[in-house]
Design a protein around this ligand. Structure first.
Ligand code: SAM
Ligand code: SF4
Length: 456
């Protein structure tokens, strides 16, 4: 029996893809290993979004080269695969730079993985970065029930891939290709299979998930709001989330879904990147700071308790002190519950990498520190405001200590509680009694959460 280890870098799309690769290989008899050392086949599922992410792959390949060499002296074979966005972006260059690699496979060819591996064992150095015409999802085998269960009660489901937005800093449109939405019927079948195996929460994912426009059962294109409404009817599914969205695609059906669907969790990750209109225009984001504020107002009107999250880039080419202050103002105006923030990283082949006015590293570092301090303060304030409230918690796994359970609040906060008689998958009212840097502490509450009580 052969063993495979998939190491994923980057976004949730890669987590989902890693599971699909494992499923494709399970159909050929591979079992999953917990470490590279324990595996015959090691797949690095890579991320190309920033330079650091891409460089990590080459240092890991250096380590695997040593491992492969050592094993060869014992007569044991190891296959090394590079998948994901670095594979797509760099293709054959990877094999030239790191001959340890047997196969380079882009994100659109995972359904061909078993046959490509067979090809690579006869002739190492195979590269497949095509965007084939066939839908890879139609060819990827469904996971077994036990496997779904082992992966937990919270699952990702890809509904859309690729991006047509071409933000000037971003590699995604080049590595993941044009926007493609899966038909509603296929998504429903996958959601029903997941729920049937015990999954309670699905996060529908896509590089630009709210640009979703898949074919509905009525033959028309459905929006993400319409899709979520249908998913909310799947028996057993209690919670829905979606990520990652673009402000331009926050349409009325999606905002209405936040108002009307109790299963849609009150959490929205809506990347804004910057607060200055000049920088937003140079980034080709196609909205202004005030337009973003108005979208947030509409979402908050639909769901007043919604927790907001975002992505930020500091030090985009041409960003002046005044531009950066506009970002700080936007942060102060909105009050994010959580956020990701990055220094601008020039990516080869993207328009911003060629722009004048590249910002020096120390300036980027200083701006990032200021921004992160403000975002951190807002996050702590949001968490502190949960203390004393009762919220529903989905129990996801045993906690770190004996007798402890770990779960998630509706606002995507990690919650630890000590109690007996609960099982993974339960959703229970929990009174939040304290905070730690990365999680909340709670105890089982006597009554339901306030908002549920008042709705009743
Ligand atoms: N589709 C999402 C959107 O519209 O914002 C973002 C997808 S991207 C995988 C995740 C985040 O990485 C972006 O929101 C952005 O903040 C960051 N990012 C992308 N390219 C970057 C770059 N060249 N340098 C720094 N951060 C970058
Ligand atoms: Fe990249 Fe998101 Fe812009 Fe698409 S919308 S180009 S994925 S940042």
């Amino acid at each position: 029996m052969k063993k495979v280890f998939v190491k994923s870098y980057g976004c949730q799309m890669n987590v989902y893809d890693a599971e699909r690769m494992a499923d494709a290989l399970a159909a050929k008899g591979y079992v999953e290993a917990r470490t590279a050392e324990d595996a015959d086949l090691v797949i690095l599922n890579t991320c190309h979004i920033r330079e650091k992410a891409a460089e990590k792959v080459y240092s890991e390949l250096g380590r695997l080269r040593e491992m492969k060499k050592e094993r060869a002296t014992e007569g044991r074979q190891t296959q090394v695969v590079v998948a994901g966005c670095v594979a797509q972006a760099e293709g054959g260059e990877i094999v030239r730079r790191a001959p340890v690699v047997d196969l380079v496979v882009g994100p659109q060819s995972y359904h061909r993985l078993p046959e490509l591996l067979a090809e690579a064992s006869a002739r190492p150095g195979v590269v497949d970065t095509e965007f084939p015409a066939e839908e890879k999802f139609d060819h990827l085998p469904a996971p077994a029930r036990e496997k779904i269960r082992a992966r937990g009660v919270s699952a990702f489901l890809t509904v859309q891939e690729g991006c047509d937005k071409f933000c000037t800093f971003c590699v995604v449109p080049y590595t993941r290709g044009a926007e493609v939405s899966r038909p509603v019927a296929k998504i429903l079948a996958e959601a029903e299979r997941l729920a049937g195996a015990g999954v309670r929460e699905i996060t529908v994912i896509g590089q630009n998930v709210n640009a979703y426009h898949g074919e509905g059962p009525d033959g028309r294109d459905w929006t993400l709001g319409m899709l979520l409404e249908r998913l909310a009817e799947v028996p057993g599914l209690a919670r829905l989330r979606y990520t990652t969205s673009h402000p331009r695609d926050m349409d009325e059906t999606l905002i209405a879904a936040h108002r009307d669907l109790p299963a849609l969790m009150p959490y929205l990750h809506l990347p804004v990147q910057a607060g200055s209109d000049a920088i937003l225009a140079a980034m080709n984001r196609r909205h202004t700071g005030d337009e973003y504020r108005r979208i947030i107002d509409a979402v908050r009107k639909a769901r007043p308790d919604i927790a907001l999250s975002s992505d930020f880039i500091v030090g985009f080419p041409g960003e002046s002190d005044a531009d950066f202050e506009a970002t700080m103002r936007l942060v102060a105006d909105i009050g994010f519950a959580s956020a990701y923030s990055f220094k601008y990283s020039p990516r080869p082949g993207t328009p911003a990498a060629e722009m004048e006015g590249q910002v020096p590293e120390p300036v980027k570092a200083e701006r990032l520190a200021r921004l992160q301090a403000a975002l951190d303060e807002d996050r702590r304030a949001f968490n502190a405001a949960t203390v004393g409230r009762t919220v529903d918690v989905l129990i996801e796994r045993p906690g770190r200590h004996a007798g402890q359970l770990a779960g998630k609040s509706p606002y995507l906060q990690a919650v630890q509680l000590e109690t007996e008689g609960l099982t993974v998958g339960d959703i229970v009212p929990v009174e939040i009694v304290g905070t730690a840097p990365n999680s909340l502490f709670g105890r089982l509450a006597a009554g339901p959460p306030e908002e549920r009580a008042s709705a009743a």
